[in-house]
Design a binder for this molecule. Structure first.
Ligand SMILES: Nc1ncnc2c1ncn2[C@@H]1O[C@H](COP(=O)(O)OP(=O)(O)O)[C@@H](O)[C@H]1O
Ligand SMILES: [Mg+2]
Length: 308
């Protein structure tokens, strides 16, 4: 197989009779920022645990850094940085100590680990919190510390499971900026998310996953080109008038989606579509023309929204 750092073929994980991950195949190239985008329960964390060599697969093949996790688990784990969905920092230790203790696990000398810890505190913008208690950090700071800790062994791949779930918008943007920097430095990133904007910001290439299966694969721009139109017209007519409006507009644009609160018209030119709505005598309460997003791709592929 090529120079891929991760290669999965028909990778499957069953819990009892149900497949949490159902025969997925993908590859990650060195230096790539690769994502798994999908809703809760799609099998993202299960996939990450198999890649991280902490959970055995049921069937299929998996290679991580050229090794089979069934045999090379310790070797693989030594070369990975892992940011799990739930922070698991040591709350008995202060911020910098978390990095020092973790670094010592990897057999780094005192001097090496101290130097690395200070670099990573700077990277994580936590220099002035070095002596703080973990419990006194905000959610965003804890995440940044978890990322710093995952980088202490200079990993060949950084795995991030839902890196910004539960953070406020400002904290998310700070984190995105840090992850973007890692991406620019050529760190191989594999991340999961159920936020389409996060996937668009951070992933060069991604797979859309749902119910343990891969629905589509590509760059954010290519996925949008393939599965959606350039623009979307969002119309609100009020609860009772939506279905009727949808009938009047059924031939407008490439296709439509009728959501509980909105009617979406997929069209190359949203403004032109809106003019046609008005020409047909319909008066929406609100209208909005926007670019298509990965949310539209997901809706097209599954008939559901990413966040329910
Ligand atoms: N340890 C487990 N035992 C049984 N079922 C599990 C276990 N872990 C995950 N699952 C199930 O597998 C499916 C995928 O879960 P998960 O990988 O956590 O999805 P995601 O991370 O995309 O939200 C879910 O239906 C979940 O309930
Ligand atoms: Mg998960």
């Amino acid at each position: 197989m090529s120079a891929a750092v991760i290669a999965a073929v028909d990778l499957t994980k069953k819990y009892g009779d149900t497949a949490a991950v159902d025969a997925i195949s993908f590859e990650v190239a060195p230096g790539e920022a690769f994502g798994l985008l999908g809703p809760n329960g799609a099998g993202k964390s299960t996939t990450m645990r198999m890649v991280g060599a902490v959970s055995a697969r049921t069937s299929g093949t998996l290679e991580v850094l050229g090794l089979d996790p069934d045999e090379g688990g310790p070797d693989i784990r030594a070369q990975l940085g892992v940011v799990p969905q739930q922070d698991n920092l040591d709350t008995d230790l202060r911020v910098r100590e978390n990095l020092l203790v973790y670094g010592r696990y990897f057999g780094l000398s005192h001097a090496q680990v101290a130097k690395r810890a200070d670099e990573l505190l700077a990277f994580a913008q936590l220099e002035d919190r070095a002596r703080a208690k973990v419990d006194d950090l905000s959610g965003g700071m804890k995440r940044r510390l978890t990322i710093a800790r995952a980088l202490i062994n200079d990993p060949r791949i950084l795995l991030l499971d839902e890196p910004t779930t539960g953070l406020d918008p400002q904290a998310r943007h700070i984190l995105w900026d840090r992850l973007y920097r890692l991406r620019e430095q050529g760190t191989t990133l594999v991340l999961t998310t159920h936020y389409m904007d996060e996937a668009e910001q951070l992933c060069e290439r991604l797979v859309v996953v749902d119910k343990g299966r891969i629905m589509a694969e590509g760059s954010p721009a290519a996925l949008i080109r393939e599965y959606s139109t350039r623009e979307v017209l969002e119309l609100r007519f009020g609860t009772d008038r939506s279905a009727e409006a949808a009938r009047t507009l059924h031939d407008l644009g490439d296709r439509q989606e009728v959501l509980p609160d909105r009617l979406l018209v997929y069209a190359h030119d949203g403004e032109a579509a809106l003019q046609e709505v008005q020409r047909r005598g319909l008066q929406p309460l609100t209208s909005l023309v926007r670019r298509s997003s990965l949310e539209d791709v997901f809706l097209r592929l599954t008939g559901r929204s990413l966040i329910e």
